[in-house]
Design a protein around this ligand. Structure first.
Ligand SMILES: Nc1ncnc2c1ncn2[C@@H]1O[C@H](COP(=O)(O)OP(=O)(O)OP(=O)(O)O)[C@@H](O)[C@H]1O
Ligand SMILES: [Mg+2]
Length: 464
């Protein structure tokens, strides 16, 4: 985050004092602007948005109290420190009553002034830091690209657009681990009217059961033995925004009841509290479990299931949308290369083919991990098949249900087939994919190099 320096506006009709203060303050690392009259001060306050004002009450075109009041119209929070000469104490006190931060008597001690500035700017720094964090946050989400080349994922994105507008209806995202539920939840928030309010994520499996209620709903002081202070829960903290309840299938049954009551009334009580609190929060629930099944088996409250099953979506596993594999791989390659400060290497065509054929039981997350590993090991600007992890190279052969490379993709036509012709065609294709490299072609066909050479001769494919 870039550090912004506090900007100080000095307002005094004595030119020498202005110059001296300006120089000292700049030397202490502040940005400074100076004004000799009320009119100039107001112009600079508008144009420069200072973080703090040092104001002499004796100005040619006003009594200082007016100037104070007008300065505060630009920014209520901006501290104004009054500089006053001997004999003006009463006005100075009146100024503090009218909202000045503090007064200082001239002649000024610069050391003393620095101490006061430091304190007065604390709030400004905090505010600025929060702004900075929010900026980073926004930048993050703006860059959260959702890759969607397949028809299935494009349909999901169309749905996201609609759902983002259907605020505040509850959303239920289901899908295997790593299919992108987090990214989609974030995107719904970012496209919704809540985009500038907080997006908070609760991983329901990560909270110990006895702390659940207090995490979500907060607690009053003394509600239980460890509750030394009052605590606001996530729902309160996210007021105006969105809460992602991740792994909602794992919420303990007791908390499910309280969550249901919140969804029905939009009010809740802190643990140990008596007051009903109202917050405006949109809930997005996510799970990789079959919630309908869990509800039928009473492992999840059926009434809560119906409550959250308002806008449901199941994210398709990556193996059902192989068109997304290549764009996702390139996306991760770009993203991670930037993170590692290096130029993204190329993916050999054959490498991509291998990635596309793999089943990706861990979905996009697994693909991202593989790409990360490749990046760490890669040298020479291109990722070749040999660098792929074994399980990927073997096209999911470790997985007994794998449809690729085990013949499941081929069906015998009713009229039968010329097996030698099929073999010949496949060998030619493998050679093509391997750009003539026989070792790689052999690997694609699960043959030894010698067996492949023998068949190449047999089919007259051995050109060189
Ligand atoms: N369509 C997509 N476009 C870009 N990145 C994606 C996409 N889908 C998933 N990712 C990335 O893949 C990784 C895993 O996705 P995510 O965390 O959203 O999965 P998940 O469904 O929430 O998994 P889990 O059930 O394990 O929590 C993340 O790094 C995410 O950014
Ligand atoms: Mg997730």
């Amino acid at each position: 985050m870039k550090m912004r320096r506090a900007k100080i506006l000095v307002v005094d009709d004595e030119e020498l004092l202005r110059l001296w203060l300006g120089e000292q303050l700049r030397g202490a690392g502040f940005e400074v602007c100076v004004a000799g009259s009320r009119a100039e001060a107001l112009r600079l306050a508008a144009a420069e948005a200072p973080s703090l004002v040092l104001l002499d009450l004796r100005l040619p075109d006003t009594n200082g109290l007016d100037a104070l009041e007008q300065l505060h119209r630009f920014d209520r929070e901006m501290p104004v420190i009054i500089m006053t000469a001997y004999g003006e104490i009463e006005t100075a006190v009146a100024a503090v009553k009218a909202g000045a931060y503090q007064f200082l008597q001239k002649p000024l001690s610069f050391e003393q002034l620095l101490v006061i500035l430091d304190k007065a700017l604390e709030a400004w720094r905090l505010r600025h830091q929060v702004d900075g964090l929010r900026e980073m946050h926004r930048w993050d989400s703006a860059s959260a690209t959702v890759v969607a080349r397949s028809a299935a994922m494009r349909a999901v994105l169309d749905w996201v657009e609609k759902v983002a507008g259907a605020d505040p209806a509850t959303v239920l995202l289901q899908g295997e681990s790593g299919t992108g539920k987090d990214v989609i939840a974030r995107t719904i928030h970012d496209r919704s009217p809540r985009r500038d309010a907080p997006f908070l994520r609760v991983t329901c499996t990560a909270i110990p059961e006895n702390l659940y209620e207090s995490e979500l709903f907060g607690h009053e002081r003394g509600a239980f033995s460890d509750a030394r202070e009052k605590k606001r829960g996530l729902l309160e903290l996210a007021d105006g925004g969105t809460v992602l309840l991740d792994e909602i299938g794992d919420i303990p049954l007791g908390v499910q009841a309280k969550l249901l009551s919140f969804l029905e009334t939009r009010t809740f009580r802190r643990v140990g509290g008596l007051a009903d609190l109202e917050v405006d929060v949109r809930i997005i629930a996510a799970t990789n479990r079959d919630l309908a099944l869990a509800a039928r088996q009473n492992a999840f409250r059926p009434d809560l299931y119906y409550r959250i099953n308002v806008l449901p979506q199941v994210l398709p596993p990556l193996r059902e949308r192989p068109e997304d594999v290549a764009p996702l791989a390139l996306h991760f390659l770009d993203e991670l290369s930037r993170e590692f400060h290096r130029a993204p290497p190329r993916l050999a065509a054959e490498t991509l083919a291998c990635l596309e054929a793999y089943r990706w039981p861990g979905n996009a997350r697994e693909l991202r991990n593989v790409v990360e590993r490749l990046l760490l090991l890669e040298e020479g600007g291109e990722i070749t098949v040999e660098q792929l992890p074994l399980e990927v190279r073997l096209l999911g052969a470790a997985d007994p249900a794998a449809p690729c490379g085990d013949g499941a993709g081929f069906a015998l036509p009713a009229g039968g087939v010329d097996l030698e012709q099929v073999e010949r065609t496949l060998i030619a294709q493998a050679l093509d994919a391997a750009r003539g490299n026989k070792t790689r072609a052999a690997r694609l066909l699960r043959l030894t190099r010698d067996t492949l050479r023998y068949r190449l001769e047999k089919y007259g494919l051995d050109a060189g």
